[in-house]
Design a protein around this ligand. Structure first.
Ligand SMILES: Nc1ncnc2c1ncn2[C@@H]1O[C@H](COP(=O)(O)OP(=O)(O)OP(=O)(O)O)[C@@H](O)[C@H]1O
Ligand SMILES: [Mg+2]
Length: 254
């Protein structure tokens, strides 16, 4: 775990987001420390995805503020969030099956050769860098020249994470990254999250799997009915307490 005295990577203060009569976020505040894996847990409908959508510029909160590295940020679109270095791995991954691994890693961010005006794609540069990226993250694929269609679920998830890490300079958000995976594939993705943590990448993980949360995160935040009811170091909480915080049998800090 990296300890830091600088401003948190991200702070959300008093966020409110309503959908007609539903208060999906109800005065929610959360702090995400730089270089840590912060997990968000909560029951169905607690507000996790709504929070992610507010942090990624998909939704505009009705009230409250978001700060990156101490600076207030107005996120009106996903492009705004990207400009702050926020990348998200969604459940559906957003990979293009018929493209190769390296083409997916550089999708919409293609490298060109340093020849002015011509915009010639630097294929070799992208292939070499893709191999380097996957090696650094310890992601195993047969070859970066293979199409994603031929990859397993775990390999696809790892490629989507690798892409987010490559472009997400500030924060990588993962919404249920292993929900659709088998045991071995889940283990591989968890190893990848561990290695990101070792490399000081800041991660926000949404997961229903409390054992996984205990294995891979530094800090866990419990959401209940649109509020963050507890912020705990993972070492200071056990699975039963987390269940109590999520369901409300333990009241939390709020
Ligand atoms: N676009 C929307 N329109 C109307 N209501 C919404 C919308 N998005 C979310 N909600 C409501 O807001 C509340 C929080 O939903 P959200 O999707 O954030 O929960 P969640 O914690 O991600 O749940 P899950 O674990 O099931 O994914 C729910 O009551 C949901 O029905
Ligand atoms: Mg959700």
């Amino acid at each position: 775990m990296t300890t830091t005295t600088t401003a948190p990577m991200l702070e959300a203060r008093h966020l409110v987001k309503t959908f007609n009569a539903v208060r999906a976020l109800d005065d929610l505040s959360i702090t995400i420390a730089a270089g840590e894996v912060t997990a968000i847990v909560g029951d169905n409908g607690a507000g996790k995805s709504t929070l992610v959508r507010c942090l990624t510029g998909v939704h505009s909160p009705d009230d409250g503020e978001i700060l990156f590295k101490g600076e207030p940020a107005k996120l009106s679109s996903p492009e705004d969030a990207r400009s702050f270095g926020v990348e998200t791995v969604y459940q559906e991954l957003g990979l293009v099956e018929d493209l190769t691994v390296w083409q997916n890693l550089y999708l919409n961010r293609e490298l060109t050769k340093p020849i002015p005006l011509l915009g010639i794609l630097d294929r070799k540069g992208m292939i070499d860098k893709s191999s380097e990226i996957l090696e650094r993250l310890d992601v195993n694929v047969p070859s970066v020249r293979t199409t994603v269609r031929r990859m397993s679920g775990g390999q696809r998830q790892s490629i989507a994470i690798a892409r987010a890490v490559t472009w997400g300079e500030s924060l990588v958000i993962m919404d249920e990254p292993t929900a659709a995976l088998g045991v071995r594939e889940t283990a591989a993705v968890e190893r990848l999250i561990h290695s990101l943590r070792d490399q000081g990448v800041t991660v926000l993980l949404i997961s229903h799997d409390l054992d996984q949360v205990m294995r891979v995160s530094d800090t866990v935040v419990a959401l209940r009915r649109g509020r963050a009811v507890a912020h705990r170091a993972v070492g200071d909480v056990n699975g039963d307490q987390l269940v109590g915080l999520i369901t409300g049998t333990i009241s939390g800090d709020d």
